[in-house]
Write a protein that binds this ligand. Structure first.
Ligand code: HEC
Ligand code: HEC
Length: 478
């Protein structure tokens, strides 16, 4: 008896030292040893097998189970791709989005601020439209004119009902559309829209002077600021002079003559392009949800757990696309920089959602951005206040202190002096969900690892999205 136990414990420690990782290896060697010892010491009487210790808990397996359970409880599923869009419509949308003919002075296309080389944004905190020189981070304006807000990436917009940081183009719950053009966007135009409010969105950048229309120098700039239909009709008049456009429009809308079309047909085609070509649904996270454990690193799993539970990110970034399910807008205490959106002209402030709803309770609330491919879309925030992903994630750790200690040196020099001294006003409507969120050591890095698991590899190189040429023959920004 004594003999068998002595050997059993000593030898086991020796052999198991080498087999520590594999639990089943332990058990097998244990059984093997018991066999040998039973033969060696058999004469002493019946052998009592030593208890086989349970395998040590595998922390990774435990984490995987927790993350799966949390995802299930929060109804997270792999992101569904959109329905296919007819090719002719996509191709029309593609050339329109890259054609500078839609800007007053024929010098800016949608793609100038939504560049394939910059993950469909422009890699800048704030965009530069009319009169800008250069592209992306290197673009400059002779008089230092910026847009009020950061150019968002255009990914997976098929899941969204509200557009722009203040949701001013949106599909309301009752099915009606709300846009800055009010009744000037007619029911005939709405009837053309196939992609909800996204179809209406492209009707607005062409009207905005600082983005595409320009202050002067062309027939469209000369039109009054109150009349959307005149601007839209003037753009269609330009397109009508190019035969290739007439043919492409008629191919995209079989049975409708070009002369019976409005700019709504152009906008709807651009929406079709965005829906069809900018849906990215194959990420490590989606594959993990479909059952593949190996897709997520330990850090990404820890980050997913933090995101869904401990630090409350999912209270707002709550859908498969990680935006807000109920279309709620929030103030997450980002500092205000740049020219601001003219709520209170000259103040350089931006009241966000209040501009759309007129409700002071919505002051400084912004759309909760979706987070897929977020690794690729720096800078972050409605005015591009953070230039790194780690920077904006760390901002949520004791958020009020972070606002007070915001590092303005990350901004390009021209914007550094524009920061408003209004931190206490910002904190008045800061979402209380964020009040006592404090990160643990390493938690910000884990969250970043999780966010990087939301990248579809196909989005890393979007060069093939740009057409080879556009019907106007103008140059292409990409
Ligand atoms: C001068 C730069 C610039 C140009 C040109 C431009 N955009 Fe944008 N885009 C922006 C900025 C900045 C925003 C955010 C504005 C805001 O929220 O107030 C934006 C927002 C958007 C959004 C909303 C995305 C979301 O998630 O809410 C879409 C869609 C979009 N642009 C598509 C287009 C299309 C289509 C065109 C051409 C017709 C275009 N843009 C032209 C800079 C630009
Ligand atoms: C109270 C709602 C809310 C919570 C909670 C929240 N967010 Fe946000 N998040 C937002 C809103 C709203 C914005 C945009 C704010 C703005 O631009 O002013 C944003 C922006 C972001 C951005 C920038 C995305 C971009 O494209 O610019 C990232 C990244 C982000 N949040 C990650 C997180 C993480 C990680 C957590 C948890 C630590 C979190 N969020 C918690 C609402 C929230």
């Amino acid at each position: 008896m004594g003999c068998s136990f002595f050997f059993a414990s000593k030898t086991r420690r020796l052999i198991f030292g080498y087999c520590d990782i594999l639990a089943h290896c332990r058990t097998q060697i244990g059984i093997f040893l018991i066999g040998i010892l039973a033969t060696a010491c058999g004469e002493d009487g019946p052998i009592v097998p030593p208890p086989v210790p349970p395998p040590p808990p595998d922390p990774r397996a435990g984490l995987i189970d927790t993350v799966r359970l949390l995802a299930e409880q929060r109804n997270l599923d792999p992101l569904l791709p959109p329905d296919p869009v007819r090719t002719e419509l996509v191709e029309l949308g593609r050339v329109l989005l890259f054609d500078k003919i839609l800007s007053g002075n024929r010098d800016v296309s949608c793609a100038t601020c939504h560049l394939p080389s910059q993950a469909m944004g422009d890699g800048r905190s704030l965009s530069i439209g009319q009169e800008g020189v250069g592209l992306g981070p290197g673009r400059t304006h002779p008089n230092g004119v910026f847009t009020a807000r950061h150019s968002p990436a255009l990914f997976n917009l098929h899941t969204s009902k509200q557009f722009f940081w203040d949701g001013r183009v949106e599909l309301l719950d009752n099915g009606s559309m709300r846009t800055p053009a009010n009744d000037q966007l007619t029911s005939e135009m709405e009837a053309v829209f196939e992609f909800g409010a996204l179809s209406a969105q492209p009707m607005f950048p062409v009207f905005t002077r600082v983005e595409m229309r320009a202050q002067s120098g062309n027939e469209i700039a000369d039109l009054p600021d109150t009349d959307y239909p005149l601007v839209w009709a003037a753009l269609m008049a330009r397109l009508s002079e190019i035969d290739t456009y007439r043919q492409m429009f008629e191919a995209a809308y079989p049975g409708v003559l070009f002369d019976d079309m409005t700019f709504a047909h152009a906008a709807n085609a651009m929406a079709g392009f965005m829906v069809s070509e900018l849906a990215f649904t194959d990420t490590p996270w989606d594959r993990f949800l479909l059952g593949n454990d190996d897709e997520m690193s330990d850090a990404a799993l820890r980050g997913a757990k933090s995101f869904m539970a401990s630090v409350r990110c999912m209270r707002c970034h709550e859908t498969d696309q990680f935006d807000d399910r109920n279309g709620e807008f929030h103030n997450v205490a980002l500092p205000q920089i740049g020219p601001g959106q003219e709520t209170d002209p000259g103040s350089n402030d931006d009241f966000g959602r209040e501009r759309t709803t007129g409700d002071p309770l919505d002051r400084r609330m912004f759309k909760t951005p979706a987070l897929r491919n977020v690794e690729l879309t720096a800078p972050y925030g409605h005015a591009g206040q953070f230039t790194t992903l780690l920077g904006i994630v760390e901002h949520y750790d004791e958020i009020d202190n972070r606002l007070a200690n915001y590092d303005v040196s990350q901004l390009e020099p021209a914007l550094q002096g524009t920061i408003l001294n209004n931190f206490s006003a910002i904190l008045e409507t800061r979402d209380t969900i964020l009040l006592d969120v404090v990160f643990e050591e390493g938690e910000a890095e884990d969250l970043v690892a999780f966010l990087k698991s939301l990248t579809d590899d196909a989005a890393r190189n979007l060069n093939s999205l740009a057409p080879v040429s556009v019907p106007s023959g103008l140059s292409i920004d990409k």
